[in-house]
Every structure is written in C-alpha cells, then in structure tokens.
Design a protein around this ligand. Structure first.
Ligand code: ZN
Length: 149
C-alpha cells in the first residue's frame, strides 16, 4: 500500500512539474477559464471535438502541483474519449476525490486514481477538480471565468 502511495505521489510530482498537453489549442472549438480562489489556481482548458469525441484537449495556467497534475492527467485521459465517457469519468473522479466512494478505484479511472489521496485534504479537492469544472464550462460554452466557490 505504501509503495502504491509513493508511486501515486511520484506521478503527481511528475505531472505537476512536466504537465502534458500544456499549450493553447489554436483550432479549439471550446475553451473556458477556471479559478480556484482558495489556492489561487488558474487554468484554461481547450477542446477540439469531432462530433462527440474529444479529438484534442489541452490546458494552460498556473497553480499548485495538484491542480497542474490533475489538469495534465485529465487531458491525457480524455483524449479520444466520447463526451458521455468523459462525463462518466468526471462523476467517478469526483466521487474518488471527495471520498464518497472509498473503494472507487474504478479501473477506468486509470492514472486519475493517483489523485485519490486528496480526499483527506478537503481544501485540495478544489485543486483536483478545477480542471474538470472548467472542462464542463467549456462544453457548455460559457465564456466567463468559472470559480470553484
Ligand atoms: Zn491548488
């Protein structure tokens, strides 16, 4: 169990330092900005859809290691997924990080499981979910900044 926790920690540090898909998407058809005032995390999520499939997804922003790692892992996980799959993953991920489902280690969450440890730090849950809330706003076409508050 400790090995697993260490592995998860390493994954968060790695994605926090070298975030994947960290760029603006020139031909994005959806984008939104998110802000977590509790921690100061800012993120912009860019999305390019092909019908209801995520063809490309990226993000930019500045924030703590958790928010950056979460956005990085989210973009990695969602590329190629349908919007229905993305929505289902968000719900499972949300249950995982809020601790509503202790054994929520659903196999489809994959690397996102690494963020499960934030359930012990309620203030960090907002960091971990910021990118996802921002993605949701992007899909709804909101242009204003969404806040976790
Ligand atoms: Zn944060």
């Amino acid at each position: 169990m400790n090995d697993l926790r260490e592995l998860y920690q390493e994954m968060i540090i790695d994605h926090g330092r070298r975030p994947r898909n960290f760029r603006a998407l020139a031909d994005a058809d959806h984008d939104a900005q998110g802000f977590n005032p509790l921690c100061g995390d800012k993120v912009t999520v860019y999305l390019k859809l092909d019908d209801d499939t995520v063809r490309d997804i990226s993000f930019q922003g500045s924030g703590c290691a958790i928010s950056t790692a979460s956005a990085s892992l989210m973009t990695e996980t969602l590329k190629g997924k349908t919007l229905a799959q993305a929505q289902a993953l968000f719900e499972k991920f949300h249950r995982l990080v809020t601790g509503e489902n202790e054994d929520a280690a659903a196999p489809e969450l994959g690397k996102l499981t690494a963020l499960g440890g934030v359930r012990d730090y309620p203030i960090r849950v907002k960091c971990a979910t910021l990118a996802w809330h921002t993605l949701k706003a992007a899909l709804k076409g909101y242009r204003e900044v969404v806040s976790t508050e």
